[in-house]
Design a binder for this molecule. Structure first.
Ligand code: PEP
Ligand code: MG
Length: 758
């Protein structure tokens, strides 16, 4: 028989189904050890859980050792091979355990028969959660592939186990009650904010403010009474709805959202949640009131928590409260989700956006400023999002009828028939401009010059529109989303599966991977770095990767392996000097050498590029162009850093100007240097699809545009309508101006913007 550990990792669905079917933690852990032992043909598989307070690991599930040892066998941190793996935060694989100095065997549980020993820590970032251990009679039984497989499984397990622990900690640390915030209802019929994603949304307002204790509607006093059995039926219906959502999301968003509803299921089977509601009902509290009481208690506790990981669960509890209530009053399954609703939230996490998107939300109004990855994720999912001030958001009453124009950042309250009619027309016009079947395979200027349109990919679900809009490849894959939404750094194997899918689905077209760009406003909740006073100027992007070589190498190896067939490129974000690039490149070469030694296929010809996003990089662009294989202009950050304007700060959004003369000249310099040194150059920030700036970009010599692919038809038609001569004339004129006002006047003169817009 052959080990099937690769099957086990690839078939992450198997783990998910374990999580769905075994909602009790004990049962889940037991199913995991049984399944891992079976797939890896291991004689023993065990899980130990770590307790931070007494710094001990306790055996919690085992297949192969004596069951009586569960809960009894304990190891101190550093004790035995398992304790060492957890202390040192790394897997330890031993061929002959009896000869290892660290080996500690427990008499009476029949451990002495097993010689091969592999212990992998279960971690969330740097936080210790436990260990997954396999043992076999045969010496030297476990291989490096087994280590990778077990790491991938341990990463999945971390999420499940930690959710259970967090719930317990949150309850233990319950603090003083929250005072509900009274709403001052607005009388305005139009509110203005800032566009964060595009599109139009219609629906009723629903506030997800975690500081408001009225989080679950109190029941109508005239509602008919519900029995305990009715409640049990509602719990069953809620569980199957969530399981269905989990399955669907895992299918649609496999790269980012695996197990995203697991906390819902854990809370639902928690005795202190569902059990307590049931007790209240059995002791005479009306069922709807019992749900509202317990949900509001949980929301209060969670929202007051100092731990971000617990505050994240507020949405899950509210969601459960709504579903239980609606299922109890027997609404249709669809009415239990967020269809026909526009969510108003002070703060949203990328995981909230994914969950609410799976539950059919129409749009988002956010009042804490929009982080760039939230905006990007909404655009990928096609969900309109507007950012407005806290004061304005607080004035929108729940249940208010809204129409939200996310393109312009306008929210209409109680819109009249004319507003609806106008937006029906605009929606029709939008559809015409975004009809993929009108897209031609090749893009050319009026004079016949070839221009290439590539797709920016954030989630794997973006690949379908990329193919439909005939993208010529992927010009930017933002690799951070699987890192941001999950609960831990995804190991190499898991990343490889995602990147491979990306390459396969582009069917031989070129793919440019960007290494991890976290930090700035893209924080990882599980990475406990010191908080920074100026995160945009701190440990972001390539700086993070160079400082965390282990994480960097895992990603590079996964990229290289996925690109084994050729045609893929790797680029580094936020490069500030030639030295940064050379250091990153040398690490790529080391990974290549390692892969070669291990006999793992990859392509030596993988091109390595620099993202031009910093003023310092512009100053040394000649040297960078000499060293790198290609340059890609990240205009979003280039504008932010050149103009010192935070791209997420609404208060200074008027100063965030792509047409600032300094930006135009910087772009011109980058393109000229690339031409001088014969290197490929492209642009992948939002500017690359900005119709006002396209003539300039063409005029300075850019021919490769990586864009949010839904805008491809607009870009193609614009390119078709202009000749190079016209574009060059415009670009030269714009480069001559020294003032913003002169450039604005010129853009108005050329009919590229109307006066009101400028
Ligand atoms: C950019 O900065 O232009 C870019 C494409 O990167 P991101 O938006 O992901 O920071
Ligand atoms: Mg950037």
């Amino acid at each position: 028989m052959k080990k099937k550990n690769v099957d086990l990792i690839c078939d992450i669905a198997e783990l998910i189904s374990l999580a769905e079917n075994g909602r009790d933690r004990k049962e889940l852990l037991q199913k995991v050890v049984t399944s891992v032992a079976k797939h890896m043909l291991a004689d023993v598989c065990s899980i130990y859980i770590y307790d931070e307070d007494d710094r001990q690991l306790t055996l919690r599930a085992t297949q192969g050792l004596d069951e009586a040892a569960i809960g009894v066998v304990k190891l101190r941190l550093g004790e035995g091979i398992t304790g060492r793996a957890v202390r040192e935060l790394r897997p330890i694989c031993v061929g002959t355990a009896s000869q290892s100095a660290s080996y500690k065997f427990f008499p009476g549980i029949h451990e002495e028969e097993y010689e091969a020993f592999l212990a992998v820590p279960i971690l969330r970032g740097l936080r210790r959660i436990g260990a997954l251990v396999v043992q076999a009679r045969e010496t030297n039984y476990f291989t490096s592939n087994d280590v990778k497989a077990l790491r991938a499984i341990a990463a999945q397990l971390a999420t499940m186990i930690e959710n259970v622990q967090l719930l317990k900690e949150a309850r233990d640390k319950a603090e003083a009650p929250v005072v509900p915030v009274a709403k001052k209802v607005t009388t305005a019929s139009i509110l203005r904010g800032r566009s964060a994603s595009t599109g139009t949304a219609r629906g009723t307002a629903y506030t997800l403010d975690s500081a408001n204790s009225e989080s679950c509607a109190l029941p109508d006093p005239d509602a008919p009474p519900h029995s305990f059995e009715d409640f049990e039926t509602a719990v069953g219906k809620t569980a199957s709805q969530i399981e269905q959502l989990q399955r669907q999301t895992s299918e649609d968003l496999a790269d980012v959202a695996v197990l995203i509803f697991s906390a819902h299921l854990l809370i639902l089977e928690d005795e202190q949640f569902t059990g307590r509601i049931g007790n209240l009902i059995q002791t005479g509290t009306p069922a709807l009131k019992a749900i509202a009481t317990v949900v509001n208690e949980y929301v209060e506790v969670f929202s007051k928590s100092s731990m971000p990981l617990i505050r994240e669960k507020v949405l899950d509890v509210k969601d459960l409260g709504n579903r239980l209530t609606r299922n109890l009053i027997n609404e249709e399954a669809g009415e239990c989700d967020y269809r026909s609703q526009i969510i108003i939230a002070h703060e949203l996490l990328p995981s909230d956006i994914l969950k609410l998107s799976a539950e059919n939300v129409e749009g988002f109004i956010v009042s804490s400023g929009v982080t760039s990855h939230n905006a990007i994720i909404c655009r990928s999912l096609g969900i309109p999002m507007v950012a407005i001030s806290r004061e304005l958001a607080d004035g929108i009453p729940d249940g208010e009828e809204l129409l939200m124009d996310a393109e312009q950042g306008i929210i209409y309250l109680r819109p009249g028939a004319e507003v609806y009619a106008k937006y029906r027309e605009l929606d029709e016009a939008w559809k015409v401009m975004h009809n993929a079947s009108d897209m031609k395979a090749k893009t050319k200027t009026k004079c016949g010059e070839r221009v290439h349109i590539y797709a920016n990919i954030n989630l794997l679900s973006d690949l379908k529109p990329a193919r439909e809009f005939k993208a010529e490849g992927v010009g930017l894959y933002r690799s951070e989303f699987p890192f941001i939404v999950r609960n831990d750094f995804p190991p190499e194997e898991e990343q490889y599966i995602i990147y491979k899918k990306l390459v396969e689905q582009m069917e031989g077209k070129p793919v440019t991977f960007r290494t991890l760009d976290i930090g700035g406003d893209k924080m990882l909740s599980y990475y406990s770095n010191v908080s920074e006073a100026n995160p945009f100027l701190g440990m972001r992007a390539i700086r993070f990767s160079l400082q965390n070589r282990d994480i960097f190498c895992q990603q590079l190896r996964a990229f290289l392996r996925a690109g084994a067939g050729g045609g893929t490129r790797i680029m580094f974000p936020l490069i500030s000097s030639v030295d940064d690039f050379v250091e990153a490149r040398s690490i790529v070469y080391e990974c290549m050498d390692e892969l070669e030694e291990e006999g793992i296929p990859f392509s030596r010809d993988t091109q390595l590029g620099v993202m031009m996003e910093l003023p310092s990089a512009v100053e040394v662009v000649d040297e960078l162009a000499m060293e790198a294989d290609f340059l890609s202009i990240g205009s979003n950050d280039l504008i932010q850093y050149m103009l010192a304007v935070d791209r997420t700060n609404e208060q200074v959004s008027k100063l965030y100007l792509a047409h600032h003369p300094a930006i135009l000249r910087a772009i011109n310099r980058i393109v000229s240097a690339s031409e001088t040194h014969g290197k490929d150059v492209s642009i992948c920030g939002d500017l690359s699809a900005d119709p006002r700036m396209l003539p300039f970009l063409l005029g300075v010599g850019l021919r490769r545009f990586s864009i949010d692919i839904v805008n491809a038809l607009t870009v193609q038609r614009l390119v078709n309508s202009i000749s190079l001569e016209e574009a060059e004339e415009m670009a030269n004129a714009m480069l001559d101006f020294g003032r913003i006002s002169e450039i604005e006047a010129y853009l108005i003169d050329c009919n590229l913007v109307d006066a009101a817009e400028a």
